[in-house]
Design a protein around this ligand. Structure first.
Ligand SMILES: [Zn+2]
Length: 205
């Protein structure tokens, strides 16, 4: 069995998986030729939102492990059937009570993880959002606290996540539309399940 296999049975038909050489490496594959499932590994997409209001950035304090008590951008995993901009707007509202709309993409992180039992790969996209309304509030459980903080205030706070601070500094120092913008009229525009992001056109200055 390939070392990366983290599952034993086919998630589509329940047949026990067998090793198969595919694309230059051994993978766990379903021997049922009609099914044809191949396990390529664990993939996930996360998102986080930088929301700036009057020079202060929205942060939430984690209530759960790991890293309980640390401060970070609101965010989480995108559902498999959820547009990414909708995912980050949902997370900002759910975790911090702020209604906000995506403006552009600040950056993304790619990380490889997992254990000896199976590998995983993750993309974590950090968006900049414009606040539309609401005041910081949270559930007091998964999220212990939420609020807007300046960089000076953040410097006095313990355990502000490094990636969150990095993104906030980028957002505060960059021009208003410096990031990748949602392409509303681009290829595939209006096609369900598609979102395209691109460099700023010169006309936006
Ligand atoms: Zn199968």
């Amino acid at each position: 069995m390939a070392a990366m296999a983290a599952i034993t049975f086919c998630p589509r038909c329940g047949t026990r998986l067998e090793p198969k050489h595919d694309g230059g490496r051994d993978r766990a594959a379903c021997p049922d030729t009609v099914c044809g499932f191949i396990h390529y590994g664990e993939f996930s997409i996360g998102c986080a939102g930088v929301v700036i209001r009057e020079g202060r950035a929205l942060l939430v304090q984690r209530g759960w492990q790991p890293f309980a008590g640390s401060w970070q951008l609101p965010g989480g995993y995108a559902e498999h059937d959820e547009p990414l901009t909708q995912a980050v707007e949902r997370e900002v509202l759910e975790e911090a009570g702020i209604t906000a709309r995506v403006r552009d993409v600040i950056g993304f992180r790619h990380s490889l993880g997992g254990t000896a039992g199976g590998g995983s790969t993750n993309i974590y996209v950090v968006f900049r959002l414009d606040p539309l309304g609401g005041e910081p509030t949270c559930d007091g459980d998964e999220i212990r606290a939420a609020g807007f903080f300046s960089l000076d205030e953040m410097a006095q706070m313990e355990a502000v996540q490094g990636l969150s601070r990095w993104a906030i500094e980028k957002a505060l120092s960059a021009t208003p539309h410096a990031g990748l913008l949602p392409e509303l009229g681009g290829p595939g525009a209006g096609r369900p399940g598609w979102q395209l992001f691109g460099l700023r056109p010169p006309s936006l200055g």
